[in-house]
Design a protein around this ligand. Structure first.
Ligand code: M6R
Length: 366
């Protein structure tokens, strides 16, 4: 059942190239230069009339929502707010009929997300679901939606659900961008071509596995980790930290790299491993200067870099390479080594990777 892998989590990490292909199927039509998403097509008027998009979700799905904020705003120029479902539902939020709410949930059963959907619907918003489990409560409760088609995710730590959520949200953003005319047809086509290469690039990113294992062995006894990223990769830093906390029980924090100097920099000493996502493009020089700040305080730097990078390699203690891509697509690649790092550390510490303590696969209580 684990297909030769020791844990479901590792199996699911390795399933990502195929899972993303499944997410594309029938939707990314490269020869026609078209994206087809029935739930979006059928409700195009509502999307085009939307003043803003509000994303509601929890945990890893919330992180996918944060990535989508950068993508929707950049490509489709629609303002996006990303809300923890649990906060949104109890805040008396301002919701109008001109809002489109996107609820993201792997299980489709998360109680807080479900309650947030009901609230948004009662205030007249159009609610779109991005779920993995077909026929789940959230899939049924939403007005329309798009499934991620990641296949069953058994490991409590979400992996392939995250990357396929980002894939669906990227397809949506591109489709809306085209409909709104916020990107040209040649830019659109270029994005489709780049998107199509992602499954192979994820495969390539998975080749870092044995080197990630070496790094895991060096830092497995650390009691704290910091994860930093900027722009599209800021939410990936949050997700990397969540993965580590969840399955290895090591305290970890994710931060936007530039926020470090407003507090967390005080934590940095020679005991502190800092994972920095520093891919080319995307504020690269700024991240390099953040790395210098860490280095001068003797923090240990694990850089996630674009293949062939030289600058970060000179400064960092370790670098893990991912293939080059469009900036907005890099989260699909930079996430991979972070998943592997948390997995290997947890295994080395003898933790129950697939069923970490105190956690359930779906949180059906509030
Ligand atoms: O099923 P959902 O996507 O609604 O679940 C949301 C969170 O409970 C979930 O992502 C949780 O944070 C994961 N265990 C993270 O790996």
């Amino acid at each position: 059942e684990k297909g030769g892998y020791n844990h479901f989590m590792l199996k699911e990490i390795y399933e990502q190239p195929d899972a993303i292909l499944d997410t594309f199927r029938g939707r990314l039509l490269i020869n026609d230069a078209v994206i087809k998403l029935a739930g979006v097509e059928d409700n195009m008027k509502k999307f085009l009339a939307a003043d803003r998009i509000i994303v509601v979700a929890c945990g890893t799905s919330w992180h996918a929502g944060l990535v989508s904020e950068y993508i929707f705003e950049d490509l489709a120029r629609i303002p996006v707010e990303v809300e923890y479902a649990s906060e949104f539902r109890y805040r008396n939020p301002v919701i109008t009929e001109k809002d489109v709410v996107i609820a993201i949930s792997q299980s489709g059963e998360t109680a807080d997300t479900l309650a947030a959907i009901k609230l948004a619907k009662s205030r007249g918003a159009f609610v779109f679901g991005v779920c993995n489990v077909v026929g789940s409560s959230i899939a049924r409760e939403t007005d329309a939606g798009a499934y991620t088609h990641a296949g069953p995710e058994i490991g409590v730590a979400s992996t392939k659900a995250f990357t396929t959520q980002i894939t669906v949200l990227t397809l949506m953003a591109l489709r809306l961008a085209r409909a709104k005319g916020t990107i040209s047809s040649s830019e659109f086509r270029h994005h489709l071509i780049e998107l199509e290469t992602i499954p192979d690039k994820v495969k390539e990113a998975l080749e870092s596995d044995s080197y990630v294992q070496t790094i895991a062995n060096i830092y497995k006894d650390a009691t704290n980790f910091l994860y930093l990223g900027r722009g599209f990769n800021f939410p990936v830093a949050l997700e990397g930290a969540l993965k580590l906390k969840e399955i290895s029980y090591i305290h970890a924090e994710g931060y936007p790299a530039a926020e470090m100097k407003h507090g967390p920099i005080a934590l940095i000493d020679e005991q502190m491993p800092v994972v920095v996502i520093a891919t080319k493009k995307g504020h690269y020089e700024k991240v390099v200067s953040n790395i210098q700040e860490i280095k001068s305080r003797k923090g240990k730097i694990i850089g996630i870099v674009t293949k062939g990078d030289k600058n970060v390699r000179e400064l960092a203690d370790h670098v893990i390479e991912v293939p080059e891509s469009l900036e907005c697509l890099t989260p699909l690649l930079t996430t991979i080594p972070l998943q592997l790092l948390s997995y290997h550390i947890a295994v080395m510490l003898g933790k129950n990777v697939d069923q970490p303590r105190n956690l359930a696969k779906s949180v059906t209580v509030e």
